[in-house]
Structures are given as structure tokens and as C-alpha cells.
Design a protein around this ligand. Structure first.
Ligand SMILES: C[S@@+](CC[C@H](N)C(=O)[O-])C[C@H]1O[C@@H](n2cnc3c(N)ncnc32)[C@H](O)[C@@H]1O
Length: 433
């Protein structure tokens, strides 16, 4: 999180006009999910002076908003007509700096689709927290910063599970990585280390005990039947569509330059929401979506509703079996590679290379684990916790794997305000420009 602090000296007699223009700023900033809250105050000593604090989820998202939204709002609010001078500071809240510093309070964060998805995954975080407390991980860490293997040995956790658990705890802000070693964050130190005065571990163990969890899940009884496979697949594909419609498809289309491209292959493209968004944004583009045969009826619905049947086609196939249709200017893997193993990723890169036109590009749009604590990285780390075989690669690691498989990365970006997928990598076959 960062805080923007502004001290405003209004022109004589213009304080009320300034307040009206600030209301416009507040309304417009609230449209960005990354703008967590806005607070305004008036100096009690001089009523012509105001103070504004704006909380942003991250520096990267603030910078993106400044580059894309700020100037249009400034024109709309015309605040500069009412003030003489501004003093602006960007502040880093001291949330992890040490035991005695009060943390800056996080405002409520469920204001968007990503927040709702996060709520639906809360039980996963409960399980991770129970595992960490019950195994004594935080107390072990307090005895000295240690590497993953030592921690696994000391807590009797499987080393792979221990590493994936630590990734979740890091994303939740409970542990901090320093090179190869781990330490507790100040929150864990204060609340999760046995014998700490404010220890909450008994409460965690009480709240997450298996019998209680079972009782809570028994509330689901009227709705707890597993769907038959065909319905389960349809719900899964539609769930991916929920993410696309909540803004992720637009985010992808807004962040890709496909000018001059005529043909896109979307591997594991689901019901086609991303291919539709890319065709809409690029009138010369045609797209082929490869997915399992069971997905075709859902694709047909989406494409008919978009009235794009003349530019999109479905190719029913198992992408693991090879034989992708081609050639294409672009091959897209959206939200697919993170769930594959390293070997399967290498196989897909080989298949993609075979169907790319000379000079064509591979596009990976995915949810990448992140080194800093935050909601996006937490989603990625939770994904990795329950799927041990999934590669779940950080962006830098996938860039390296692309290089090892004959691709040259031409662009790699973190996406601001994602619903789920937080990065795009574009790559060409090595040597091509
Ligand atoms: C996680 S979803 C991603 C969907 C979409 N690309 C997106 O970004 O939301 C994975 C997709 O791959 C499809 N899929 C899974 N295994 C497959 C396989 N072996 N061959 C073809 N498609 C497959 C699934 O049906 C699903 O549509």
C-alpha cells in the first residue's frame, strides 16, 4: 500500500468551490479498485487549508492510474482553478518495520470481483493457517531465520508442502523471505509465536478444528452434491468466463498490441471470452479456440451472443496430444500454463513454436506468484498449495524457461488491477525479430 498526502492552500474565497471539486476527485478515484480509500480534512487553524490522504493498493497501480486516468479527472474537476499551491508527498506505511510501530489499518478490501473470488477461497487460507500453527512453524522461525529444508525438518512437514505453505504465508504478510531464509513478519511475531503476550494460536486451532469445519460445511447439505462430470466441466468453464467478463478480458485486450495480426490460436481458450474480446478490439483478427470437445456448446453460446461466428472457430482437441492447427500470427495461453508441470510447459512451447508464423509471437497471460504480500500473489500461492504438480511459476522463472526453449522474450508486464491474471509475457522464436 502507499499513501498520497496532499496539503492544499486554496485561493482567497475559493474554499467551498475547492470542496465541490474534491467531491468529483473522490467520486472518480473510487472507480479504480486500486484506490482503497480517500480522506479529506480541513485545518482547524486556517479554513482555507485542506489535507487529503488517498490510500492506494500498490505503487505500481498508483503509477498506472496517474499515467492513464489522472489528467482526465483533473480536467473534469478543474481543482487548479481553486487552489494556489499544493504540497504532495507519497508515503510508505510502516506495516512490517518492527514490533513497536502501529500498523496502518487496512481498509475493507472487498469492493470488486477479485475480492468476491477471494472470499469464496477463505477456507483455503483457514487450512493454511491451521497447518502453520499446528506444525509450530512460526515458533520455529522465531528461534532463528531458517531455510525451507531446515524448517521442514524441524516441523516434520514434507519439504515441498513446507515451501508452498511458506509462499502462502509470505503472500498473506505473515512471513518474510530474506534471500534463502525466512523470518516472521511483525504480525506473526506478535500473534502467532507461542509464548508471545498476544498469542492467538489457541484461537486459530480452536476455530479451525476439523469437527467444527465439518459442521460448517454441513450447512451446505442442500447444495453439497458434486455435479456430474459434464455439469462440473460447464460450471468450471463458466467460472473462467466470470473472470473474463468481470474485466480480465478487457484488461488483456487493452494491454496487447495485435495490430497487423490476422490469426490467433487460443490454446485452452475455454468458451472463447478472451478470443471474442481480442477480435472485438482488432477488427482484422480471426481466432481459433482449442479446447476439449465438452467445451464446444459453451463456446457456441458465447460466440453467437457476440455475433462473431464468422471470425471465431472452435477446434476440439486435447492440447497435450499435439496436432495444433496452424500457422498463426499469435498463439495465446491464457490461464493455462500455471496448472501444467514444467515438462508439460516445455512440450506446449514446442507445439506453439511449430504453429507460429515466422516473426509470430507467443502470448502467456497468467496468474504469477509474486514476491510481495498482496491479494494477487495470495491467489497464486493458494493455487500452488493444493496442486503440488502445478508449475505455478513466477514471471521471471517462466521468462527463463522460454529462453531455455528457444524463445526470446519481447515484453513482460505486470497487469494493474487484475481480476485474476496479473501478467503478460510475449515471446518470439529466438533469432527472429
Ligand atoms: C483454466 S481454464 C482457462 C480458460 C481460458 N483460457 C481463461 O483464460 O480463462 C483451462 C481451459 O483448458 C481446457 N483444457 C484443459 N485440459 C485440456 C486439454 N488437455 N486439451 C484442451 N483443452 C484443455 C479447459 O477445458 C479450460 O477451458
Amino acid at each position: 500500500m502507499i499513501i498520497k498526502h496532499i496539503k492544499v492552500y486554496t485561493r482567497p474565497g475559493k474554499a467551498e468551490a475547492f470542496i465541490a471539486s474534491q467531491a468529483i476527485w473522490n467520486r472518480e478515484m473510487a472507480r479504480s479498485p486500486a484506490c482503497l480509500s480517500r480522506h479529506c480534512a480541513r485545518s482547524s487553524g486556517d479554513p482555507s487549508i485542506f489535507f487529503i490522504w488517498i490510500l492506494w493498493r500498490s505503487r505500481a497501480e498508483y503509477d498506472h492510474w496517474m499515467a492513464t486516468e489522472h489528467d482526465a479527472i483533473a480536467e473534469l474537476a478543474r481543482a487548479s482553478d481553486w487552489y494556489e499551491r499544493l504540497e504532495v508527498s507519497l508515503l510508505d506505511p510502516l506495516t512490517t518495520a518492527g514490533g513497536d510501530l502501529a500498523p496502518f489499518p487496512d481498509p475493507p478490501t472487498v469492493t470488486d470481483a477479485a475480492g468476491i473470488q477471494g472470499l469464496s477461497e477463505g477456507y483455503k487460507l483457514s487450512a493454511a493457517l491451521r497447518l502453520a500453527v499446528a506444525s509450530g512453524l512460526f515458533s520455529q522461525l522465531e528461534r532463528g531465520g531458517e531455510g525451507t529444508a531446515q524448517l521442514a525438518a524441524a516441523t516434520h512437514l514434507d519439504p515441498s508442502l513446507c515451501g508452498r505453505l511458506l509462499a502462502v504465508l509470505r503472500a498473506a504478510g505473515l512471513v518474510v523471505a530474506e534471500g534463502e531464509r525466512w523470518r516472521n513478519s511483525w504480525v506473526a511475531q506478535r500473534y502467532l509465536v507461542q509464548d508471545a503476550p498476544a498469542y492467538q494460536g489457541h484461537m486459530v486451532l480452536h476455530n479451525t478444528r476439523p469437527a467444527l469445519v465439518r459442521r460448517w460445511f454441513s450447512l451446505l447439505t442442500p447444495f453439497d452434491t458434486e455435479q456430474p462430470e459434464a455439469e462440473r466441466h460447464a460450471t468450471f468453464v463458466r467460472a473462467m468466463g466470470d473472470t473474463a467478463r468481470a474485466g480480465q478480458a478487457k484488461l488483456l485486450a487493452d494491454n496487447l498490441d495485435l495490430s497487423g495480426c490476422h490469426s490467433l490460436l487460443d490454446v485452452g481458450g475455454g468458451a472463447g471470452e478472451y478470443a471474442v474480446a481480442l477480435c472485438r478490439a482488432n477488427p482484422g483478427l480471426h481466432a481459433t479456440v482449442v479446447d476439449l470437445p465438452a467445451t464446444q456448446p459453451l463456446f457456441d453460446e458465447v460466440v453467437a451472443a457476440a455475433e462473431l461466428a464468422d471470425r471465431l472457430r472452435f477446434f476440439a482437441a486435447d492440447y497435450r496430444a499435439g496436432g495444433l492447427p496452424g500457422p498463426h500470427d499469435r498463439v495465446l495461453y491464457s490461464n493455462v500454463l500455471r496448472g501444467l508441470t514444467d515438462a508439460e510447459i516445455a512440450a506446449q512451447l514446442h507445439l506453439a513454436a511449430a504453429v507460429l508464423q515466422p516473426g509470430g509471437r507467443l502470448i502467456v497471460h497468467d496468474l504469477f506468484p509474486e514476491p510481495e504480500a498482496g491479494p494477487s500473489g495470495l491467489g497464486a500461492a493458494l493455487f500452488g498449495l493444493h496442486l503440488p504438480a502445478a508449475a505455478n511459476l513466477e514471471r521471471a522463472r517462466l521468462e527463463a524457461i522460454l529462453g531455455e526453449n528457444g524463445f526470446h522474450v519481447t515484453r513482460s508486464v505486470r497487469l494493474p488491477d487484475p481480476v485474476v491474471m496479473n501478467g503478460i509475457i510475449e515471446a518470439q522464436r529466438g533469432g527472429e525479430v
